[in-house]
Design a protein around this ligand. Sequence first.
Ligand SMILES: Nc1ncnc2c1ncn2[C@@H]1O[C@H](COP(=O)(O)OP(=O)(O)OP(=O)(O)O)[C@@H](O)[C@H]1O
Length: 557
Amino acid sequence: MDLWRILRREALRNMQPLLLLAVLAAALNLALLTSLNDALLVLDDPEGLQRLLIVFLLSAFLWRIAQGWMMNAASKRMQAALATLRVDLLRRAVAADLPDAMAVGSSRLAQVAGAELQMLAQAVPTLVISFQSVAAILLCLLYLSTLSGAAVLIVLGFLVVGGILIGRSVIRLELMSETIHEAEGALSERSDHILQTLRECKLNRRRAANALADATSCAESLRKERHRFGAEYSHYFTISELTYYAALAGIIFLLPAVTDTDIATVILAGHAAAFIAYPVITIVASYPSYISAETAARSYLAVEAELKAAPQAVVPGRGSGMDDPFSTIALEGATFRHAGRDGTGSFTVGPVDMTVERGSVVFITGHNGAGKSTLIHMLLGLYPIQRGSLSVDGVTVGPDGLATHRDRFAVVFSDSHVTRQLYGATTLDDGFAEELLDLLEMSDKVAIDGRAFTTVDLSQGQKKRLALIAALLERKPVLVLDEWAADQSPYFRRKFYREIIPWMKARGITVIAVTHDDAYFDAADVQLQVDRGGIRQFIATVPAGGIPAPDLLPVSS
Ligand SMILES: Nc1ncnc2c1ncn2[C@@H]1O[C@H](COP(=O)(O)OP(=O)(O)OP(=O)(O)O)[C@@H](O)[C@H]1O
């Protein structure tokens, strides 16, 4: 009952008014039935018929109002629950440890927060209508018992036998729904691959053909599963209808045969049983959407559990600025291990010792896969230090200090995503943004409009320049860049190392940059060379354009 667990938490809080409306609508259903049944008994009395017609019309009118209110309230609940659950999931993703959030993956998070939550929210009105239907069935059975106790026993007998058959079918449907969910995930992954590599597919027909064949095979599996589900659903629906017809036939054929019930009562009982048809069919027909919602709820709860974090409100606070009084940030004997998949492919950075002095320029260099990005994630407090410590001015950064520590940094990651909105910027009206646009030679392409860039439809290298401008507008004391210059032209690369980095240093900004540009290693005060998860440290004393000697002052490994 994963759906129930979520709804109890979100949409079903203060459900009493909604459920009362459902019971009221069911009671009005019963009033419709009893007015019709009573009319059957006074067919030769025009006055009585007129009175019952008024009762019938009034009940129908009130039923329409109660039903409308109920559906409106359910829909409001549904929308509110959807909004809360979506934002909660994002809050959890932001609050989670980065490795946990990365293990869930952005496409799975997007799928759960999008289509699956939609499915789940749609179950709220379905559940309310089902509740109303159950109430209507119970009230009709109660009314039936006032006509004939034997009739109720016959109906219940058929419902129990039918219920057992229906229950077996429901179990099969639930299993199939799981398989469909997996098949949908596989197809959406293949579709994503193709849409992400449209250019490559156009250039390589073998690649396109193989990718499409893979997607076709996934689509075919999904079709087969859906077909099996459809066949089982029609079986389930047929058994449900047959159960209902059998109960009706039980009243017409069995009731007069085994009891001495008079004909009028048999007719009234049969009519009452027929009245149950609509709520029964409503429940039966809504079951697939309930199963899908249950599967979506399971998936939502699984992602929540994997994120291992409560949804936390993010309070911007004062934030760190250039007046943050720290002097050093250090890792001491610090270790982080990437778990890898299925116990293979794990990689450990550390134990490492490094100290970043305030105001210095630190380059982190090394081969691909050596552990440079992992190291800066440790320094940023994004990867948990599993052994050793991360400290600022000799004070260890504990779990409570992580948010404050992370606030010191502005970062441009190697795969940074630049947005038009400058969410992280401080003031924008003191001319600093324009100065940066000039410095990064972007003034003729982009301007600042309100709190956003006028455009981000730019080349790769230009987008990186905007990302750097956005980071500098955060006015943080430490700037971390992961291979920032990799997609800049030789001209701009030179400008970056020879003009922009000194410009940042002159402003007191501490710069930590991952770089492969060995021609400019001398632009750093300190070069940390990472090799297979360990560090060697060099002090860059070689003049501009030179390469520091690799055996210069090794400090730790
Ligand atoms: N999310 C991850 N899950 C598991 N292992 C990872 C993950 N990210 C990186 N690794 C492993 O950690 C090692 C170091 O990766 P890292 O990104 O730190 O290297 P890098 O020095 O920055 O490389 P590059 O210069 O290619 O960017 C890699 O060899 C990789 O196997």
